[in-house]
Design a protein around this ligand. Sequence first.
Ligand code: PLP
Length: 391
Amino acid sequence: MDHWSRRTRAVHAGIRRSRFGEMAEAIFLTQGFAYDSAEAAETRFIEAGPDEFIYARYGNPTTAMFESRMAALEGTEDGFATASGMAAVSGTLMAMLRAGDRVVSSRALFGSCLYVLEEVLRRYGVEVVFVDGTDLDQWRQAVTPGTKAVFFETVSNPTLEVVDIAAVAQIAHAQGALVVAGNVFATPVFSRAAELGADVVVYSTTKHVDGQGRALGGIVLGSRAFVRRTLEPYMKHTGGAMSPFTAWLMLKGLETMDLRVRAQAETALRLARALEGHPKLTRVIFPGLPSHPQHALAMAQTGSGGTVLSFDTGSREAAFRLLNALRIVTISNNLGDAKSIATHPATTTHQRLPPEQKARLGITPGLVRLSCGLEDPEDLLADLTAALDAV
Ligand SMILES: *Cc1c(COP(=O)(O)O)cnc(C)c1O
């Protein structure tokens, strides 16, 4: 498999066929596994082999195929699949941290990630320090000797700021801190996060991996030691495992992910270029546009602007009028879906944040996030242009 490209890995890596030789991955919709003898059960509880399973909360053959395939895509030794992206984020942080530890995190985070860091970790005595993820000086100052981990989203939501993974990893590793990267917006298709120095890469597979808006899922990717010795004991006893049925959906999603995500990214670039400079918009944010402040970094890091763009309509009223006039693009809050989705972050995903924090993160009243789907890009452009006319 070492010489296989990512497209090939996404279709074949990690498959384990049963004695029936089925082509599509089998769904092992079973909670438990039978042992040949009492002695075999005892042995397995001491140390389960790679294809030995105990209970679906610990692991399952379908889930294991998904974990192997995702690890092969990202280039990590191992992975643990979770019930949702948030189970992956919270499980990773809870498993590695204890009271008294220090974590440095970028401030521009998915709302629920912010809750886990700000509310949950602090409640358990973890010191959490926030920095502007794009400012390396702030990272240098905050990552003091003994810092246990740094956390950031490699491309932030919804303002699409790009964090320099290699530079932050260098700062973190110099102080012995583990680098945990939330990598949803980069997608597993374009990701080089592990190669650039992230020790742990986390995905919500609800997004581009399923890519068809069907199921929640997540995965934590990293070294075998981290996944099996640090993460697995926590995950298997606290119940955040992915269901075998979900793992099967995700495996099917992976077969088409490369084609889907590349088409979505092309559409995003087409729309960003067409909308930039539109008289009804004060700003178009897309890492694939040369006007993006970290365009060069984004291109070096992932070679793509991604599948999501954001734009500012100037006011909440204009944003609402635009959203309500859309006919193809749907108002919802997923991303990476085959269906194009528009979100008003200030009143939905980031509603909870106080006004000054929204302002600090660039979540203005007129900001709209657009996740590009698989529709014809010209139909989407016509839909957006007509909706802008209504503003
Ligand atoms: C969606 C998302 C999550 C949470 O994932 P769920 O699967 O919804 O639990 C976390 N981080 C980012 C960046 C996301 O986009």
